[in-house]
Design a protein around this ligand. Sequence first.
Ligand code: SF4
Length: 288
Amino acid sequence: MKEAMFWEIMHGELKCLLCPKNCAIPLDQTGFCKARKNIDGKLYSLVFSHPTSLAVDPIEKKPLAHFMPGTKTFSFSTVGCNLGCMFCQNWEIARASPDDRPKRTISPEKIVELAIENNCDSISYTYVEPTIFYEYVYETAMLAHEKGLKNVMVTNGYINRDPVRKLYKYIDAVNIDIKSFSEDFYKQYCAASLAPVLKTIREIKRMKTVHIELTNLIIPGLNDNEEEIKQMCEWIKEKIGEKTPLHFSRFFPHHKMKDKEPTPKETLLKAKEIAETAGLERVQLGNI
Ligand code: SF4
């Protein structure tokens, strides 16, 4: 267990300030993500040094199409997530709490060692939302840079501004998921909102040091509205730039959306056409 970063006591109440959920956490309770707990009036990360998934992946699988192509990345995650997506592809670990899984301990130093031993050029913080294991990412990323490795975040972008500024000094590339360009969609299907995600993307862009790629998972009948896709692509072009790689990803039935059909290939091809017509130059399709 490690004392958490980004929290305060306000009017006698402990508040976590890491992500826009800003959970008020009573004594002996965890926040929405289940990864941070109020113990004796202090906030602790329950997942620090306790990874649940580790793998060596091609960097293209993150997906990153224009960052160190052809290299391997050492990927890991803990359990937990700060969103509640009904279509989550990794819900077994994202919705789990630290007590649901056997605890193994791997320090940040050991993660860096494993990455080097496995001939990886980078470390990816991925699978669930890495913001919720922030302290683990932060310490690992600093050590990784000291050893000449790059750092990659695969994230939903649901994080407050101060933690972004502190962490992303050590992050070299990021893939941020825009789940839809509709506030209603975020509210109804993700227990979150869109505005903070767009704010994070712009904040990282302002830093000028991080390679940014974006992903949009298209779910038939829920976020495949052509006008909405067009608005999203125009926003990306205007605010982040026409060279920003955008991945449209195919949905397969998962979690609470097992009744939905996989995304038809024609829908993905249409989305690509809309994005290119809007002026985006690097559009790819994933999961097909
Ligand atoms: S990181 Fe977790 S505990 Fe903190 S505000 Fe977000 S969901 Fe709540």
